[in-house]
Write a protein that binds this ligand. Structure first.
Ligand code: BGC
Length: 426
């Protein structure tokens, strides 16, 4: 029998003291980001506040943040009610996400054109379109903003530094689409927060834990020190934190190796510890030290393995065989399950620590109720994620943590962009 490497999985544990340290570091980065000082948190002003729930009308939303994107048409009925919506899904190919801006936006404009043809026959009415673009964009207004950097493996040339709304408008015109006004630009976290708060006044955090990860919250305008003078005033403005880039974190040797081999070393450090684009890779790096697995260990395997309650861990065995192991023993399967559990538990606890930091920033003593709207495949598919987040919030806030409600806000990002288009229309 070959001797198996002994691996210390405890490096992935974060004790309460580590959570408290993360909360403090996150708050300090938030403060610096709001002042425009050097910080791993961009704290991007979005020029939008939460809706009243009374916005009404017909809107179109384009929801783009990964290789699948969606176009929706929906009716806002007021009083927090959303009417029937039409929706079409499209897939971006490698040539779209690694080619030129013309190819990328041209394809999106083609899709908008087919959507309109299919769903709005006979209607020449101009409609406002909310554009959810889930990448770090430095906004100049609710309907303009330039891309700071690509994340999640996108590499389209000619977009960084340019206004993505202008690029979309230009592409639509080129394809002869003249009856939509791109009137709002939103990050997916902002869409998620806005969509939930349309009917839930307590909602004040929007989070995505999917291919990428990020969060947003409403900040008092007086605290956004870096806002240009003209935008200053009273009230609130939603801040897109871009938390995926948070980097005040203790890294294991696996995190360091993953980061080094990535497209964007030194960037999106929290994202590399939490999101679906990287979780499988990370677990794979640990597994490869002891097991003879080859090729990619996909993030989607992790939730299946963690939930494998079959007597012989048959589902885990099937996955290990897919990754090239011929006859995994019970020890190997148990080890694999443990690695998946520990890596995803750390991801959930880190997300919870960042959520706790945001809540403490808004409401130090937790004197109010808060709804945290979360969307994204990792959160949705990992049954343990929500439980781990709740347990960690309990560690941070004690009994008062019952004032925090965590909800799955499915498909909020698109709906939210339509609501923002309505808010922008006034
Ligand atoms: C992007 C964010 C986005 C998040 C979730 C990250 O990679 O930088 O803007 O909100 O992914 O989609």
């Amino acid at each position: 029998m070959t001797k198996k490497n002994k691996i210390d999985l405890d490096v992935f544990l974060i004790p309460k003291s580590g959570i408290d340290k993360t909360i403090k570091a996150f708050q300090s980065e938030m403060g610096k980001g709001l002042k425009g000082k050097d910080s791993s948190l961009k704290m991007i002003p979005t020029y939008v506040s939460r809706p009243t729930g009374n916005e009404k009308g017909d809107f179109i939303a384009l929801d783009l943040g990964g290789t699948n994107f969606r176009i929706l048409q929906l009716e806002l009925k007021g009083q927090g009610r959303i009417g029937a919506s039409k929706i079409m899904k499209f897939a971006l190919k490698k040539k779209h996400i690694t080619g030129s801006a013309d190819v990328f936006f041209g394809f999106i404009a083609d899709c908008v054109k087919s959507f309109l043809k299919e769903n709005r026959t006979g209607s020449n009415r101009r409609t406002a379109l909310g554009f959810t673009f889930s990448f770090p964009v430095k906004q100049k207004s609710v309907s303009s903003g330039s891309l700071v950097c690509w994340t999640k493996g996108f590499k389209v040339r000619g977009v960084i530094g340019n206004d993505v709304v202008e690029l979309l408008r230009h592409a639509l015109l080129k394809k002869g689409v003249t009856n939509v006004d791109v009137s709002a630009l939103a990050n997916d976290t902002v869409g998620t927060l806005v969509a939930r708060s349309y009917s839930d006044r307590n909602c004040d955090i929007g989070v995505i834990i999917g291919t990428g990860t990020n969060a947003c919250y409403p900040e008092c305008i007086k605290n956004i020190v870096k806002l240009p003078g003209h935008a200053k005033g009273s009230g609130e403005m939603i801040i897109n934190i871009e938390w995926g880039n948070f980097n005040k974190l203790g890294l294991t040797s696996y995190d360091i190796a993953l980061d080094k081999a990535s497209d964007n070393p030194g960037k999106q450090i929290l994202e590399k510890m939490v999101s679906g684009m990287y979780l499988g890779r990370l677990a794979g790096l640990v597994l490869k030290e002891r097991l003879k697995i080859k090729g990619e260990f996909k993030s989607e395997y992790m939730s299946v393995i963690e939930g494998d309650n079959t007597k012989n861990l048959a589902r885990t065995e099937a996955i290990l065989k897919k990754t090239g192991m011929t006859s995994p023993g019970m020890d190997d399967k148990k080890f694999t399950k443990n690695v998946c559990r520990i890596v995803s538990r750390r991801a959930a606890r880190l997300s919870a620590a960042c959520i706790a930091a945001i809540i403490k920033k808004m409401d130090l003593d937790l004197s109010r109720k808060h709804t945290v709207a979360i969307d994204g495949s990792v959160y949705e598919k990992h049954r343990t994620f929500k439980v781990d987040i709740i347990a960690c919030l309990k560690d941070a806030f004690g009994r008062k943590s019952s004032r925090i409600k965590i909800v799955l806000a499915k498909d909020g990002s698109g709906k939210g962009a339509a609501i923002i288009a309505a808010v922008a229309a006034g």
